[in-house]
Design a protein. Sequence first.
Lengths: 140, 486, 552
Amino acid sequence: MNNFEPLIAVFSCHYCSYAAADLAGSSRIQYPPNIRVIKIPCTGRVSVNHILKALECGADGVYVAGCLEGTCHFISGNFKAKQRVQYAKNLLSEINMEPERVQMYFMSAAEGAKFANVAKEMTETIRELGPSPLGQNKSE
Amino acid sequence: MSRDVLVIGGGIAGIQASLDLAEQGFTVYLVERLPSIGGKMAQLDKTFPTNDCSICIMGPKLFEVERHPNTQLLTYTDVEAVKGGAGNFTVTVRKKARYVDEAKCTACGLCAEKCPVSVPDVFNMNMDTRSAIYKYFPQGIPSVYTIDDSVCRIFKGKKCNICAKICEAKAVNYEQKDAVFDLNVGAIIVATGFDVFDPSDIKPYGYGTIPDVITAMEFERLLNASGPTGGHLERLSSLNTKAEIEQLEKQIKHAKAGLKRAEKNGQNSDKVDEVKKRLAEMNESLDGLKAKEASLAELRDIAFVQCVGSRDLRYNAHCCSYGCMHSVKEAVVATEHESELKSTIFFTDMRAYGKEFHEYCLRGGSEYGIHFVRGRVAEIAQGDGGRPVVWCEDMDTRKVEQHPFDLVVLATACVPSQGSASLATMLGFNLDESGFVKTDPNKPVDTSVQGIFVCGCAQGPMDIPSSVSLASAAASMAVQTVKALG
Amino acid sequence: METELRIGVFVCHCGINIAGVLDIEDLCEYAGTLPNVVTVQPNLFTCAETGTSGIKNAVKEHDLNRVVVAACTPRTHEPIFRASCQEAGINPYFFEMVNIREHCSWVHRHDREAAQGKARDLIRMAVARAMFLEPIETFKSKVEPRALVIGAGIAGMSSALALAGEGFDVTLLEKKAEMGGLLRDLHKVAPSEVGAGELVEQKVAAIKQEGRIQCFTSATLEEVSGYVGNYSATFSSNGNTHTHKVGAIIVATGGAPLKPMGLYNYDGKRVITQSELETKLKSGKLDAKSIVMIQCVGARIPERNYCSRICCMVAIKNSLHIKEIAKDAKVFVLYRDIQAYGVENEALFLKAKEAGVRFIRYNLESPPVVGDGNVEIYHPAMGKEVPLPAELVVLSTPIVAHDDAESVSRILKVPVNEYRFFLEAHAKLSPLDFATNGIYLCGNAHYPATVREAISQALGAASRASIILSHDAIERVGTVARVDQELCSSCFACVKVCPYQVPHMDEGGKAMIEPMQCQGCGICVAECPAEAIQFGYVSDAQIMAACEALCA
C-alpha cells in the first residue's frame, strides 16, 4: 500500500488552530493535502460521537487541534477535548483499532509552522497504519 | 460648534481614523481627492511580514467605511478653504464632477470597454492603459466609474457620446458640474499620506532610460493579479516589445490587405513591388522583435537597490523606514511566482526593526535564497542586450563589483505628498525639515494648530501597523477635542 | 424542513491566489452537481463590490435560502458575506464559508491534483453543513462605561488620560509602588530632550488631578471574568482586594531591558547597560573619557532572534549626551545595522556622526571582545582587528517581556508569542486589538517601542476601547447554547463542565443557560448526555453532515 493516501479529519478551533492554519497559508508553508478541516468555535465543542462519526464516514484518522494548554479562549475547552480524545482512543483499542488514529494537538494562533508539521506528522502516522478498517465502503 | 469630524485622505490611515470615530457615534466626512478610497496600500500586492494579500485584508475596511451609517464618503473631492478653529471649523470642499451619477452607475464597465480613448493607467503605475471613462481600480470604493475630462473626447470638443449611449443605467451626464459646499466640523484629521520619490532625478541610476530599471511600486503592480501582466512576472522591456509586436502585426495585416486589393485592381507593378518590399522589411523586423521577446521571456536575476533618494543629503536626509522590509517582501513574493528566481538586495543598513521583521529577513535568506549585499549602489549602467548592470562597492569585501541583472527594482524614498505644503498653508500647521507634518514627539498626533491632528505617512514615513495605530490615536484626540469644545 | 433548500455556491478566484493553483471552472461544475445547489457562480474577487452584489442578485434571482462562499478565511471575510446575505433578506447565519485559499491553494501549490480534490471535498462538506444551518438573531447587552488599564508606565498612563479625556472612568493598575514604569529611571527622552522623570511627573500629576482615574499601586491582577462590555476584574492593592466592573481592558504591562548576565564581561561597573548609563548621566556621575557601546547584546542571535527596535536610538541619544558633557570623550558605537528609521531618528543619527561619535560595524560571526580597558573589534575599513580604548563599556540589550506576561495572558485569556510579547489580532490592520473583543494592547507589552510610539499606541488603544465604552449597550449575536428543558435529565453535567459557571438549575430542577452570559464555546453541548442543549450556531447536525460528506 505504498500509494495509500490517507483521509484525515481535523476539528480545528476558531481562535488558535484555525488561525494557525491561516498563518501556515499566508506564510505559504507547504504540507500534505490529506487533511480536511472542520471549523468549530472551541475544541470543547467536539464530542466523542463527532470523532467516531468522522471515522465511520471514511476518515482514516482524526485529530482535534486546540489552543495551547492554559490558553484556551474558553479556559478549559481544550482540556475537555483532550479527555474526550482519550476516551475515543480507548474505544478504538477495545475494538482492536489503532488508537493512534485519533490524536489531540495543541498550538497557538502564531504557530503556522506547527500546524503544517502536525498535518505532516499525522499524515505519515496514518500512512504507516494503512487504511482504516471502517472505511471499507469508501468509494475510492 | 460641531461634534462632527473631517478626515482628509482615504488611505489606510484615514479609513481607520474614520472607522474609529464612526464606531463611537461621531459623524465623519472622509474626503479623498482621487475617485476611490484605498490609497497606497490598495496598490500593494502583498504585505510583510505575514505575506497577506494587501487588497484582501484592506477590502473589508473599504466596504466597512463606505457602509457605515455615520460616515459620509466624499471621493474625487478637494479641500479648498478652512476657517474657524477647534470645535468650530468651516471647511469648503469641491466635489469634482465625475460626469457619472454615483447613484445610478452599476459599475458594469461596458462604458470603459467601448470608450475609444486610451491613456496610461496611473493606478498601474502607467504600465497599462485605461479609457477616459474608468474605475480607479477594480476593488475601488465607491464602485462607480468616472470620466477623466482631461482626456475625454467630449471635453476636447470632439464628437463622441459612446459611453452615454451604451450606459443602460443612464448614469453618464456630461453636463454634471462641480459641487462646492461647506462642512462644519469640530476637529480635522490630516491623513494625506505620501508620494513615491521620482528616481529619474538620480541620473546614474538610469531610471527612465534603461527599460528594466523600475520602482518598487511598479514592481508591486507587476506582481499583482490585477496588474498589467495579470500577475505574471515579466519585465518592462518584454511588455514593451510585446506592444511593439502587436503594433507591427497590425501594420502587416493592413499592408497585406492593401497588397491584395492592389493586385486585384491590377495596379501597376511598381507600386505592388514597393508594398511587397515594405512587407518583407516589416516581416523581418517582426522576426527580430519576436527573437528579442523570446530572449526576454526568462526572468532569473533581480536586484533590489535600497535607499534610492533616501538617507542621501542630495535628495532626502530621512530614511523611508519600510524600504528594507518592502524589498525583502518583494523578493520573497517574486520567488513564489518563479521558484528559479535569484534576488539580490543591495542595502546600507538592514532595517528590520518591527515585530517578526528580523525573523522574516532570515527566512528570506535561508528559504528563499535572497542574497544580501551590504553596499550602496553607485551606478546602474546598460550592458549587453540592454541588461542593467549594477555597480557597487561591497562593504564586506571592500571590492567594487559589477553584476548584470534582468531587472533592477529601486526602493524609492517616501516623500511628502504633493499637496501637503499647500494644505499646511491653508490649515496653518507647521511642517518639519523633511516636509512632513511637524509634531511634538510626546504628543504624536497633534499638529501646531489646536483641533487639527495628523496620522499615517503625512506625519512621516511609517509602515501600515504604525499608520493604523496613529490613526486610532488621532481619532482619540479628535474625540477629546469635540467632546470638550464641539 | 418545510421549505425547499436552495443553495447558491460562489467560488472566488482571488486573482491568482486561488485560481493560480485550483481549476475554478471544475470546482463550479462540481459544486453544481451537489444536492440542493441551484446556482454556482465564479468571481474574480468575491469580496469586491461586484462579487457581493452578485450574491445579492443571485439570492433574489434564484430564491436562495443558503449561501456558500468558497474563498479565503472566514476569520476576515465572513462578516462581509454575512452582511450581503442580510442585505439580500436572508438570515446572515444561513451562510457557510469554505477556505480554499489559506487551507488549500496556498499550502498545496506543488500538488495541484490533490489540491483540486481537497477543494472539491471542502466544498462538498460546506454544502452538506449548509443544509443544517439555523437562523440566529441578535440581542443587546449593557456596557460598563469604565476601562481597566493594566500598567502605569508611559503607555498605560497615556491611555488612562485619553480615556478620561473622552469621558470614561478608568481603573489604572500599577504593580510597583509608584507610577512611571521604565521611564522613571531614565535620563532624557529623545528627540524632545525632555527629562524622562519630568515627563513621568507631568503625567502622574495629570492623573492625580483627573477625577475619572482611580489608580491602584502595588497592584496585582488576580482574576477577570465576563465578556466585552461587562468584565469583572479582581485585583489586590496594598493588601486590599477590589473587584471592579469594567467594559474594556487595555494591556500596557510593558517590558524591561535584558540583564546581560554572562555577556561581554558584564559586571555592572566597568561594563554596564544603557539604562545603567542613563542613571549615571542623570546623576552627573559619568567620568569616563573613552566609551564603547556594543549593540545587539542578546538580540538578533539564535536564542533571541528579534530586533528590539529601540536600542540603536537609545545608544545614539546617550552618545550625544556624553558628547555634550565632554566634547573630547571618545565614543564608539559597535553595531550590526543602525535602526534609525524615519525622519527624526535619521536626523539624530546624522547629528551623532557630526558630533564625532564613531560607528563601527561588526558581524554576528566576529563579535567584539571586551578586554581590560579596551574592546577589540575587527575594523572592516582597516581590514584588521583593532583595540579601542574603553574606560567604560555600555551594552545595548533588548527589551524583553516581563515574567508576569504569562500570568496576565492566562488571566485575560489572550495569547503571547514565543518571546512572550502579547500577540495582536492582526499584524497589519489590528495592531492594537486582541482577537478577543474588548481587550486591547499598547507599548512594550506588544513589542519594544520608543516613547513617541508608546504614546501613539496608548492613544490608539484608548480609541479602540472607547468604541465599546461609548455605547450604552452592545449588540450581541445569539450564538449561544439553549437548554431544551423537556429533554433535560437534571444530571448537572453542564453545570459542572461550563468554564464560566453559566448553567444553573432553575426552580423546576431543570438546567437553564442565561444567553447574555453564555460565551458560545459549546463545551456543555458536547457534554450533555441527553442531547438537551441546542446550539444552532454549530449544531450536531451540522458537524455530522460535514463528517458524512468527508467522502464523496
